[in-house]
Design a protein around this ligand. Structure first.
Ligand code: ATR
Length: 286
């Protein structure tokens, strides 16, 4: 028997050293008693198409895709989920026996994390403000529209990027200049940061949140640090806050089920394990 005949999956990116996906999938493999493995694979943009051809052989059931390959994965797979088509990027690949298939589970992960951490966030007909216009913003917007939000105002530093995004999503999504976001706070049920501002090594996202409604939810998809300056400011105002780590945990579940045949759950123990890893990473000297 081939040594790789037991099911395996991996996360593929460049660089890949800091990915926490092996920790998450390793926890599920162990606690669910599934025989299989999950590794990190460093692949350059040039080598990515050749890597995709290995999916489906030697036990490799599929892969998570991270920076910078999510758009290339979208372009190169042969079947795409509805979410992947709306977002224009793929983070989960699998071989269905005939074709390379791609999904984007970031939108599901974002919504599932809010369900865990901000009960009552699904305001049918509500308004959300989204900061940023990259792939993560597209996943968040797709999730918010799916949850029944009626109006999404998107502000981004580069105007051309946010205009293209708003056009792709249609009339429910409106582009704003970056500086205009705070003017809209009074009417918003939710504020979401999808930019890299507030991430370790990046400038903080500093906003006056006093005009947000007391019932508004503030979410950040950044999880290094676990409490970003935006979330700290929102907590100071007494607002409900949601960090980014749970999105990472929940987006992983669908891939695990595809590759290993068992639907895993995001347990408090898993959350604590990954939180400890993030905190440990913060203490390490660079
Ligand atoms: P992702 O796929 O994670 O969304 P991305 O496509 O690189 O990553 O998008 C990063 C987002 O952070 C973009 O909206 C980017 O704004 P631009 O489109 O103007 O580049 C935003 N961003 C990064 N640094 C920023 C900064 N210093 N100020 C404001 N926005 C910033």
């Amino acid at each position: 028997m081939n040594k790789h005949s037991s099911p395996r999956a991996c996360v593929v990116g460049w660089p890949i050293k800091h990915s926490r996906s092996p920790l998450i999938h390793g926890y599920w493999l162990k606690t669910l008693g599934v025989s299989g493995s999950y590794d990190r694979v460093a692949v350059t943009a040039e080598a990515f198409p050749a890597f995709l051809k290995t999916i489906g052989s030697d036990g490799l059931r599929g892969a998570n895709v991270t920076v910078p390959h999510k758009e290339a994965a979208y372009a190169l797979c042969e079947w795409r989920s509805e979410a992947a088509q709306a977002i224009g990027a793929v983070n989960t690949l699998w071989w269905d026996g005939h074709r390379l298939c791609g999904d984007n589970t970031d939108a599901f992960g974002f919504a599932a994390n809010l369900d865990d951490e901000a009960r009552g966030w699904r305001v049918d007909g509500g308004t959300a403000i989204v900061l940023g216009a990259g792939g993560a913003a597209r996943a968040v917007i797709y999730a918010l529209l799916g949850a029944g939000m009626r109006r999404i105002l998107v502000a981004n530093r580069s105007p051309e990027r946010v205009l293209a995004l708003a056009e792709a999503f249609g009339s429910a999504v409106v582009a704003l200049p970056w500086e205009a976001a705070p003017e809209q706070f009074e009417g918003a049920d939710m504020l979401v940061n999808t930019t890299s501002l507030g991430m370790e090594g990046q400038p903080p996202l500093l906003l006056d949140l006093s005009r947000l409604r007391r019932t508004a939810v503030v979410a950040d998809i950044v999880y290094t640090p676990l409490t970003t300056p935006l979330l700290a400011a929102a907590r100071e105002q007494g607002l409900q806050t949601v960090g980014g780590l749970g999105m990472l945990l929940h987006q992983a579940a669908a891939g695990f089920e595809r590759w290993f045949g068992v639907r895993p759950t995001v347990t408090p123990e898993l959350r604590a394990l990954v939180e400890a890893d993030v905190l440990g990473g913060q203490e390490k000297p660079k």
